[in-house]
Design a protein around this ligand. Structure first.
Ligand code: AHR
Length: 677
């Protein structure tokens, strides 16, 4: 008995040894900064210099051309009160059924939400203005303060539109003004007449002069004669990106363009599903003339959406930034919990998804392609990826396996070229994953602290390449609020090294959330989720250090991942007392130009010297372009007040070549672009 037991032990030992050998060999090939030899825990520069070896003639993987993308949904006033350039809050008076929230009466006016005078079935209420006491000397009306202010920019054109009707013919005039909150400055105004007993759309422009930019302003409409007037869809648009009607905010589009994103995952996120079925993103109600869109309660994040930014607007966003859409399809699960079981009950939702794909990709001969053309976009969009639902690991009923299969079969039958993504990745238990079909990709989400991100910076190095590819559809180092600080950017950079090094497996990745309106950070205000990539108020915007880290990574990589290896990679003691690596890296090479992109992240509070050896490349230039972002503290950050405190700087550095030692600054992300033959 005793000897049999020790025989078993020997087998286990041998198996363990074999496994160790295998892991070490794989690690070597997959080029991770290993921890195994990192005995020194440091908060100062390590005594032993770490060595990075780059084997420029050994390619371990192709860099996925779609590795860096964007993910979006309406959270943190990302669309309404964010990217969607509409400046009027609650323009359709539907945010509250009984109260004209975000509107106030002016002068002797009295306002109310009136369900008896709808514009149409979609906009089935209106704002009733009782201006019975109005006169030229004492106008009566109403006003809106926008989404925490109405921005006024110099020399700009503002497009105003609204529907209005009166009791019989209204003999007076309406005055429409863009003015400061104290009323002392009127930036622009217009007088409108011609109201009658029928609904009529009024459209005109307001122009500002050479004024200082400001946001504490109001949009005001007043009547100068007694009467009762109803209004619907009161809208004010500033200049938009590429001058698209019903378009987007130029400053935010320009920030995103700086990231060179390859795709956009939309429309969520929880926003896709809603907490209740009726509050999902019901795409057919988000297309066509905006006056025919009913809007819906965004119950996932607690505010009304007009759906003025609907399916076609998401697609035009893709077009404007040269991104491909990654279309998330509602898959019969809302978090309430509401599960539509696979089978006949689910079929209408499957059909809805097929129709949606047709709207995106179809030509004039198809019903929904023709609808898109009628909506103003003749050219079909190119679509390669669709995702079935969102985070269906929350559905503990086990229905996802069957729901996925039903969508998968219907989509593959009609669109065999589409890659179909499951929302349950290998980061969730086997029992929740899809087994009924083999997804083309699985979506894995990571919201982590800095040390957790750094600790998992080898996560994919050893994952078998036999299963589905990975879409990291939501990830963020959640440090800093409302937007991440330098610690967040360092965690992100460590994680991006991992994803880039493994981009034969990780085909797509997108940080989330993308946007936050920082105007009101109190509970119930403009932020529902902290640590968001881009911050803004009504007037200006900024990128977080995490934004700049991502822009650095996505703008600077080759098409080949090179084999790398490391020695003496030190660890540091995190705030919670944990030991995690303090140095992260990966190397890619552009196969056409030969340029090697070496990314090095130093998490230490002190400069860290690193010995870099490049083999397998001819004539590595001794000088290179270096893009460096560093901070004096991990808590350093950007904000509306100080938008560019932490930004990358580009310079030429010498003393490099195929074998060099260089000190990397404290809390830094560096990209060295070495030319080779
Ligand atoms: O990004 C915020 C939320 O996090 C998303 O809506 C959801 O998919 C995830 O849980």
């Amino acid at each position: 008995m005793k000897s049999k037991f020790s025989f078993c032990n020997k087998i286990i030992f041998l198996l363990g040894f074999y496994f160790l050998l295998l892991t070490t060999a794989t690690n070597f090939l997959r080029a991770q900064p290993t921890n195994s030899d990192s005995t020194n825990s440091v908060s100062e520069a390590p005594a032993v210099i770490p060595v990075l070896q780059i084997k420029a003639d050994q390619v371990v993987a192709e860099v996925s051309p779609t590795l860096y993308g964007l993910m979006t949904e309406d959270i943190n006033f990302a669309l309404e009160g964010g990217l969607y350039a509409e400046l009027i809050r609650n323009r359709t008076f539907k945010a509250n059924p009984t109260n004209a929230v975000y509107w106030s009466a002016v002068g002797n006016g009295a306002i109310s939400v009136d369900a008896s005078t709808p514009l149409n079935d979609a906009l089935n209420v209106s704002l009733k203005l009782d201006a019975s006491l109005a006169s030229k000397d004492s106008p009566a009306g109403f006003m809106n303060a926008g989404f925490w202010g109405i921005p006024v920019h110099p020399n700009s054109k503002y497009c105003v539109s609204f529907y209005a009707k009166s009791v019989g013919r209204f003999s007076g005039a309406l005055t429409v003004k863009l003015q400061s909150v104290d009323g002392k400055t009127v930036y622009s105004s217009a007088e409108i007449s011609g109201l009658s007993g029928e609904w009529k759309k009024f459209e005109f422009s307001l122009f500002t002069k050479d004024v200082a930019p400001s946001k504490d302003n109001l949009f005001v409409i007043t009547a100068d004669a007694p009467g009762t007037i109803w209004f619907q869809q009161v809208s004010l648009f500033p200049p938009t990106y590429k001058n698209r009607p019903n378009g987007t905010r130029p400053d935010l589009m320009e920030l995103m363009a700086g990231m060179h994103p390859s795709f956009l995952r939309f429309p969520g996120g929880d926003f896709l599903e809603g907490h209740q079925l009726d509050h999902r993103f019901d795409w057919k109600k988000t297309i066509g003339d905006i006056s025919q869109r009913p809007g819906h309660m965004n119950d996932a994040w607690g505010y009304w959406t007009t759906d003025g930014f609907g399916l076609l607007e998401f697609l035009e966003w893709c077009e404007d930034l040269n991104m491909q859409p990654v279309l998330a399809l509602y898959a019969g699960y809302s978090k309430n919990p509401k599960v539509i079981q696979p089978g006949a009950d689910l079929q209408p939702y499957v059909q809805d998804a097929l129709d949606e794909i047709e709207y995106v990709t179809g030509d004039a001969s198809t019903k929904w392609g023709a609808q898109r053309i009628q909506d103003g976009h003749p050219t079909p969009f190119t679509l390669s990826y669709v995702e079935i639902g969102n985070e269906d690991f929350f559905d503990k009923s086990g229905s996802y396996n069957g729901r996925f299969a039903q969508f998968y079969d219907a989509i593959k039958a009609k669109y065999p070229q589409l890659q179909i993504i499951s929302t349950v990745g290998n980061d969730h238990p086997e029992s929740l994953r899809v087994h009924s079909r083999t997804p083309d990709l699985v979506d894995e989400h990571f919201y982590k602290t800095e040390e957790q991100m750094e600790a998992q910076s080898h996560l994919y190095d050893n994952r078998p390449r036999t299963g589905p590819k990975v879409f990291v559809g939501e990830w963020a180092t959640r440090v800093g609020s409302p937007t991440p600080n330098m610690a967040g950017a360092l965690g992100d950079a460590a994680w991006m090294c991992c994803m880039e090094r493994n981009s034969d497996l990780v085909l797509l990745s997108s940080y989330a959330p993308l946007f936050v309106n920082v105007s009101d950070l109190a509970k119930g205000g403009s932020m529902q989720w902290r640590s968001d990539l881009l911050g803004y108020d009504a007037l200006t915007s900024y990128g977080s250090p995490s934004y700049y880290a991502q822009a650095m990574f996505s703008s600077n990589h080759g098409d080949h991942v090179l084999v790398t290896d490391s020695l003496n990679v030190p660890t540091y003691t995190t705030r919670s007392g944990r030991q995690v690596p303090s140095l992260f890296f990966d190397a890619t090479r552009d196969s056409r130009s030969g340029t090697i992109f070496l990314k090095i992240v130093n998490r230490l509070a002190s400069p860290q010297s690193v010995h870099v050896k490049i083999t397998g490349a001819n004539n590595v230039d001794s000088s290179a372009e270096a893009v460096v972002m560093s901070a004096s503290s991990p808590d350093d950050t950007n904000s509306i007040q100080d938008p560019t405190k932490i930004v990358p700087a580009t310079s030429n550095v010498d003393g490099l070549g195929a074998d060099f030692t260089r000190a990397f600054p404290p809390y830094s992300i560096t990209i060295l672009k070495s030319k080779t033959n």
